[in-house]
Design a protein around this ligand. Structure first.
Ligand code: PEP
Ligand code: MG
Length: 867
């Protein structure tokens, strides 16, 4: 029969996938000799079996749990459900991939009316016993029976108010005993039955509730946002309770082996005396810096420092540790690889390499390419003289500016509509996740650096300020006071997650700075990668930015924008309105100098590097106004004549060049003139690559190549390549014939995705695709992450067929996928020569390309890009 439960000190032969991150961490620590409370883990296999059997515990699981409880009783010398000195356990979720706060936890399980009295007697601490029991009642009620948290919280705050105190800790044993009575009646009112007094029944129901929490809406949203598969399931950890709330020689805390914001070494963490871990995580009480623990509990503090160093050495990575001290004795509750900002990830990777802890390959493999984005975020101009209205903790770097919203639903609605909003809350809970995703930044009044808001925002790379003094919110009135000023929903504020400062109004932001660690790691990445990385850039400014980020050329310079602008558009319209070729040529002649000037700027910015210029692609109607705005009847008629039911499949791309060769001819002449001018000015000839869009038939490219060769020869002498985009299924299938006329292929995966999937790239995302993604018909948005098995297969065919006739055929990609980590890895595997992406994504692509090469050579496991 399948086995579902393992003791922490017992080898399971499985890792995170089987035991979950938390379970495998506890087992590994136990086996390392780190002080960890005793317990056992119910595997993810059990969860999957439970789900598969329609939420029924798989055969044998209940018996196995009983056996392991018996062993735990033996180890601890206490009995589960005992009246006098009960064994209490925590029941926690723990999936293979960390999903902070998304699933459920129940503490103090095993208490009942008699056991609470017993605990009070055995510890001599009534207050502690009833505090523990009221926590169990609340957590069990919420998690297992779905009772709304405010039902309990309201009564807790009533009790404090009645007594005229502020903190939970000011309630004494009698108050808590009273609350236990109140909570039990809430439980009974809500569920129609009494709180279960049988410890074993509590445990079974708690295990089921944790399994169920895998599928709660917030966990689903989180998984979608982080591309975590839905079928992994969670493990359940049942561990002996240790009590941080057992008086002044007890406490609880979290610590990081390095600063998760900066990566610096030093003491980094938080400690709360006489409290349970949940108080810290929920941000209910603001904890003290870890340093304070040295004064309260010097011995446990020393042991903690030693353990931190051991764990970092053992795991060879920065750790995020949860601990509790019970009566002076240290217990580690959890260690995991610390979530960190991109800046911290880079600093830690570089310093661990310097310390000899990891290799350069590992350093490169460890950085999540998508996280580099954070460093490329705007910041508040450091020279600006500004008065912050309030200050909180710098929970997640980057600056954000937007209109205040006070709840997650509004944030989702307005953020989703493309507005910039800042979500302002007392504190966030996992239920706010959808609003956090949609907001530009998050500001909370309560909470520490490890509160929900802080941890989640850091993971998302979103600016976040928490624990902000001087703010209070009136949720009913939808106003807040920030540093004495009343602001309303919709007013603009700016937050700086790097400094923790909050400003009223919009503040000028500056482009991000790239630091030395960034350069170091990307420099190493460049040594490992085979794929070249180019940028999509249409202006000299974008080209310069791309170069600064390490682009090795321009893979796509779209030329259509060069026909807009006050001086140009009327001439372009004149060209489109002309009655014959002669009229078109006359207008084109006047457009040529503009094009030439634009090309010169780009060539100059990219001296020494290749520049791929794509000839005109969009349908001509895009250059004409709406019919209502037509200048005259003639224009109105032309607009009507150009109208197409499916313009994306209409008269566009190379079809324009085939029908109106004079348009491409003008563009080619402008290219030649610009190349010669720049060559003369800089002494270096631009590396020109001319690209024809939307080719589907070899005959199209044959004609256009002939036009290209002829026009260039007539105009002057330059070196160049002539190639095509591959963005139609037919072009993939007939790539061999097309390759006869091409020096290079560049996959236009935006159009290729549209045409292979038959999904309009302009409409799908606002329409059915959203439904598909939400309902798991598709796992990922194919316009974001390449559809490897569909579009990717056709690309593979095109590569094979293209290279079968021309071994030297240069291959690249210039669709949006060229800047998405997983797709970059795929392009490496496909054997492309380069990827081309937006300038800001160039660093990401450099790193993902290196990770792909390292994975292939087996030099390092790439964690991030390959997923
Ligand atoms: C493409 O189709 O992938 C492409 C790069 O071209 P555009 O987005 O301009 O159609
Ligand atoms: Mg295209």
């Amino acid at each position: 029969m399948a086995r579902y439960v393992y003791d922490l000190d017992e080898p399971s032969g499985g890792g995170k996938e089987l035991l979950g991150g938390k379970g495998s961490g506890l087992a590994e620590m136990t086996q390392l000799g780190v002080p960890v409370p005793a317990g056992f883990t119910i595997t993810t296999d059990a969860c999957r079996a439970y789900m598969a059997e329609g939420k029924r515990l798989p055969d044998g699981l209940a018996e196995e749990i009983q056996e392991h409880i018996a062993r735990l009783e033996e180890k601890t010398g206490k009995r589960f459900g005992d009246d006098a000195d009960p064994l209490l356990v925590s029941v926690r979720s723990g999936a293979a991939v960390s999903m902070p706060g998304m699933m459920d936890t129940i503490l103090n399980l095993g208490l009942n009316d008699a056991a609470a009295e017993g605990l009070a007697r055995s510890t001599g601490n009534d207050r502690f016993a009833f505090d523990s029991y009221r926590r169990l009642l609340q957590m069990f009620g919420e998690v297992v029976d779905g009772i709304d948290a405010p039902r309990f919280e309201q009564r807790l705050s009533d009790a404090k108010q009645a007594k005229g105190v502020q903190h939970d800790t000011d309630l004494d044993a009698e108050d808590l005993r009273g609350l236990v009575g109140v909570f039990k009646s809430i439980y009974e009112e809500e569920t129609g039955g009494p709180f279960p007094q049988d410890a074993r029944e509590q445990l079974t129901r708690a295990v089921r509730a944790v399994f169920d929490s895998w599928d709660n809406p917030r966990a689903q949203v989180y998984r979608h946002a982080h591309a975590i598969p839905d079928d992994l399931g969670t493990a359940v950890n049942v561990v002996q309770m240790v009590f941080g709330n057992n008086g002044d020689t007890s406490g609880t805390g979290v610590c990081f082996t390095r600063d998760p914001s900066t990566g610096d070494q030093g003491l980094y963490g938080e400690f709360l005396a006489n409290a349970q871990g949940e108080d810290v995580v929920a941000g209910i009480r603001t904890p003290e810096p870890l340093e304070k623990m040295r004064e309260h509990l010097p011995e446990a503090f020393g042991q903690l420092l030693e353990t931190m160093a051991n764990l970092e050495r053992h795991y060879r990575d920065m750790q995020d540790i949860e601990f509790t001290v019970e009566d002076g004795k240290l217990f580690l509750l959890q260690t995991r690889s610390a979530k960190r900002t991109a800046a911290a990830a880079l600093k830690a990777a570089v310093s661990m390499t310097d310390e000899g802890l990891i290799t350069r390959e590992e350093a490169v493999a460890r950085i999540d390419p998508a996280a580099l984005d954070q460093l490329l975020h705007p910041m508040i101009d450091p020279n600006a003289k500004l008065e912050p209205a309030a200050k909180g903790l710098n929970a997640s770097p980057g600056a954000a500016c937007g209109e205040i919203v006070f709840d997650a639903d509004t944030a989702e609605a307005r953020g989703g509509a493309g507005e910039s909003v800042i979500l302002v809350r007392w504190e966030t809970t996992p239920d706010d996740i959808h609003g956090m995703i949609a907001a530009k930044g998050i500001l909370t009044v309560h909470g520490g650096m490890t509160s929900h808001a802080a941890v989640v925002a850091r993971g998302m790379g979103k600016p976040c300020v928490v624990g902000t003094e001087g703010i209070s919110i009136d949720t009913g009135a939808r106003t807040a006071t920030i540093g004495g000023t009343t602001v309303h929903e919709g007013d603009t504020i700016t937050i700086d997650g790097g400094s923790g400062q909050v400003y009223l109004g919009a503040v000028e932001l500056v482009p991000p700075q790239i630091n030395e660690d960034f350069e170091t790691v990307l420099g190493w990445a460049d040594d490992f990668r085979r794929l070249k990385v180019r940028a999509n850039a249409d202006t000299p400014e974008d080209a310069a930015k791309a170069r600064e980020f390490g682009a090795q050329g321009i893979g796509l310079c779209r030329t259509e924008h060069m026909f807009f602008g006050e001086e140009r558009l009327p001439v372009m319209q004149e060209m489109i309105m002309a009655d014959d070729e002669q009229g078109r040529r006359a207008a084109l002649e006047r457009l040529l100098p503009f094009q030439q000037e634009d090309f010169e700027g780009i060539f100059e910015a990219m001296v020494g590097l290749p520049v791929t210029i794509r000839l005109l692609d969009p349908p001509l109607h895009e250059f004409l106004p709406d019919e209502e705005q037509a200048r005259d009847d003639k224009m109105r008629r032309r607009i009507r004549a150009l109208r197409e039911a499916n313009p994306m499949l209409g008269t566009r791309g190379c079809r324009l060049g085939v029908m109106f060769p004079e348009i491409y001819e003008m563009q080619l002449r402008a290219i030649v003139r610009a190349a010669i001018a720049v060559s003369e000015r800089t002494g270096e000839a631009p590396l020109v690559e001319i690209m024809h869009p939307l080719v589907g038939f070899a005959e199209e490219l044959r004609r256009l190549r002939e036009l290209t060769v002829q026009t260039i020869a007539d105009e002057g002498e330059i070196e160049y390549l002539c190639g095509t985009m591959i963005e139609l299924p037919r072009a993939c299938v007939r790539a061999d014939e097309i390759a006869e006329h091409a020096d290079f292929f560049s996959f236009g995966t935006n159009d290729l995705t549209q045409t292979v999937l038959g999904m309009s790239r302009d409409d799908a995302e606002g329409k059915f695709l959203t439904y598909y993604l939400e309902h798991d018909v598709l796992e990922r948005n194919p316009f974001e992450t390449l559809d490897q098995s569909g579009v990717g297969d056709l690309m593979r065919l095109a590569v094979e067929r293209g290279r079968s006739v021309k071994e030297t055929l240069k291959l690249g990609i210039c669709g949006e996928h060229g800047g998405e980590a997983k797709s970059v890895v795929f392009c490496h595997e496909l054997g492309l020569d380069y990827v081309s992406c937006s300038p800001y994504r160039v660093p990401l692509a450099r790193l993902a390309a290196a990770q792909a090469a390292l994975a292939e050579s087996g030099a390092a496991q790439y964690v991030a890009a390959g997923g």
